[in-house]
Structure formats: C-alpha cells, structure tokens
Design a protein around this ligand. Structure first.
Ligand code: SF4
Length: 243
C-alpha cells in the first residue's frame, strides 16, 4: 500500500449533512479515488458507513481501468470502507453508446454513460437491500450535475431504489477535493475515461500554438492574449484529474 493518510485528514469543511429520512443502507457509485476523497472524508466525519461500488465499464484501456480501480481499493481499505468491484465487462457499455462516438463531453454519450452506470448501481442496490444510492460522478468541475442527477433519477424510476442527489461540491468540498488530490498524491488522470474522451484529450495535447514570429505586428497583442488563454486551458486540462 502506497497511499498515506494526510495529517489533516478528517478536516472536512462540510460540517452539516442532512441525510434522507428513511435511509437505512447506502451504496455509493465511485469512479476513482480523486473524485471520492473529499466525499469519503465527509462520510467519515458524519459516521456514515456506505458501501463503495466501483462500476465503470466506460474506462479504457484495461490498464487505465486497473490503475483507477486499484487506487480506489487502496483508499477504501485505508479508510475502512466496504467496497464491491463488479466484473469489468465493456461490451454492454460500447453497445449503449453506439452512434454517439463523436459527441462532445457533457453531450448525449455522457448521458447514456451516466445512466448505464447508475442503473447498474441501483440494480445492485435493489438486489442487496440498500435503501439509497448516490454517486461521486458530479464532484468534478468537468461534469454537469444536472446531467448526472437526471441519470440518477432515471435509475431510481427503473429500479425503485431512491437516488440521493446530495451536492458533493458545495460547502467547500471542491477546494477540499483538490487539496486531498495533492496530499494523497493520487494518480493524475488525463482524460475522463472512455476511448473517445482519451482521443479528445490527445487532440488538446497536440494542438500547435502559433509562435510569436508568425504573428503579425498588429495582431500580436490580441493573439498573445488568446495564446495565454489557450495555454492556461491546456495546462488546466492536463494537470487536473479529468474524471
Ligand atoms: S466522456 Fe466520460 S462521462 Fe462521457 S461517455 Fe466518456 S467516460 Fe462517460
């Protein structure tokens, strides 16, 4: 085990957490350690003992899947959370997103991807006596919470298990998330997970920015501003967990 508990672990900024009234047993769909560090710390503080469900057939290639899975397992063991790792079976996921390969992130492919993962989570919850399920999918600033919630509600309707739509970004959890990513020194993911998001990340990486010499005198000031902006966006995309 290489993960070490940061000295300030436990200092969650989310001191108030209103639980669903009738919640007896919680299943949490987790996509990776960076996305769930601050949420798990919050659970610890509020003495919740959910089971973590690492169901992510969207992640490719297998080596990337295993890296994220193994880090999640390590974190769950370090923090003492129960976890479930379903079989890595990708055919169903590819069939579900067929025809949506060229959709942008936050587009229709992501809606299908979220719905597929959260429906599988809700089905597992139903079969194993969980009253509620939630997800860490919307903790990242790359994700659209409304889109994730809509998928959660669709999974609830399909299975009858209640989706807990807590906002895991509020009350300082975004800042805390990035602090913990650094303190734990989590693996730095460069793309969301699927092969299509990897291709767009590679495209960003290889964008050729214009050199100063290529810029005409009159356009220099404007272009330099644009160049800096693009450079910042690319740096942010590459430095941040993109899950
Ligand atoms: S970009 Fe991310 S959320 Fe969207 S389909 Fe790919 S893996 Fe799923």
């Amino acid at each position: 085990m290489s993960l070490v508990l940061p000295p300030d672990f436990g200092a969650t900024p989310k001191r108030t957490l209103v639980l669903p009234e009738d919640m007896t047993k919680l299943l949490v769909q987790v996509c990776c350690a960076p996305c769930c560090g601050a949420v798990l710390e919050c659970f610890k503080h509020h003495q919740l003992e959910p089971t973590l469900f690492f169901y992510n057939p969207n992640i490719h290639p297998r080596a990337e899947y295993e890296k994220r899975r193994d880090e999640l397992i390590e974190l769950a063991q370090l923090l003492g959370f129960a976890y479930v790792i379903p079989e890595y079976e990708t055919k169903g996921w590819f069939a579900a997103v067929k025809g949506l390969e060229h959709e942008p992130e936050r587009g229709k492919r992501c809606t299908v991807c979220f719905t597929e993962r959260l429906t599988a989570t809700a089905l597992y919850a139903k079969e194993h006596g969980f009253s509620h399920f939630t997800t860490t999918l919307a903790t990242s600033r790359w994700k659209n919470k409304q889109q994730v919630d809509a998928a959660g509600m669709a999974a609830q309707e399909a299975t009858g298990v209640t989706y807990w739509s807590e906002d895991w970004r509020k009350s300082g959890l975004v800042t805390r998330r990035y602090q913990l990513v650094k303190e734990f020194n989590f693996y730095n993911q460069l793309y969301c997970g699927c092969v299509y998001s990897k291709e767009s990340a590679n495209h960003i990486k290889h964008v050729q920015l214009p050199s100063a010499e290529e810029l005409s005198q009159s356009a220099q000031a404007f272009a330099q501003g644009q160049r800096n902006k693009e450079q910042r966006q690319i740096s942010a995309a590459l430095a941040d967990c993109h899950c």
